[in-house]
Design a protein around this ligand. Structure first.
Ligand SMILES: [Zn+2]
Length: 149
């Protein structure tokens, strides 16, 4: 998203588009990265040398409260901010802790209507695992086979 789009978006939500807020929003909105607040602060510090942690944290909270960002608090991963407004699922890489998007249509969830006493307002599937590495996987397979014979 470019600066002008961010300014319009903030104005639409009644958020005063200060230079710092716009710069911070530009780092997180419309990207498929899932940075922690600390990562956003580090990135913001490169372009805004005087930006404080508090400003970054407050801005992220403000964007979240206004529905522009979503915060995911998942076990084993520090709380991350998601600037992808479309419904989607997530893959957690257990080796790196990285969160990646899975397109909504890639998974099918059934049985939601059978949950007792619950009115479902939304859901998201979190898949855990690690990235397949064809080279090391083959070596691991081969050494397992050799070990067995
Ligand atoms: Zn996401």
């Amino acid at each position: 998203m470019d600066r002008q789009e961010i300014i319009e978006l903030l104005n639409l939500r009644g958020i005063q588009p200060s230079a710092q807020r716009v710069a911070i929003a530009q780092l997180v909105l419309g990207t498929d990265e899932h940075p922690t607040a600390e990562q956003v602060w580090q990135k913001a510090s490169e372009s805004l040398p005087v930006v404080s942690r508090a400003t970054v944290y407050n801005t992220l909270n403000l964007l979240t409260e206004n529905g522009l960002l979503r915060r995911h608090a998942l076990k084993g991963v520090s709380s991350v901010f998601d600037g992808n407004p479309e419904a989607h699922h997530h893959f957690v890489d257990e080796e790196t802790g990285e969160l990646r998007d899975i397109p909504w249509d890639a998974l099918e969830v059934s049985g939601l209507e059978t949950l007792p006493d619950s009115e479902i307002t939304g859901y998201m599937v979190v898949v855990r695992g690690r990235r397949r590495n064809p080279t090391t996987d083959k070596i691991a397979q081969r050494s397992r086979k050799e070990g067995a014979t």
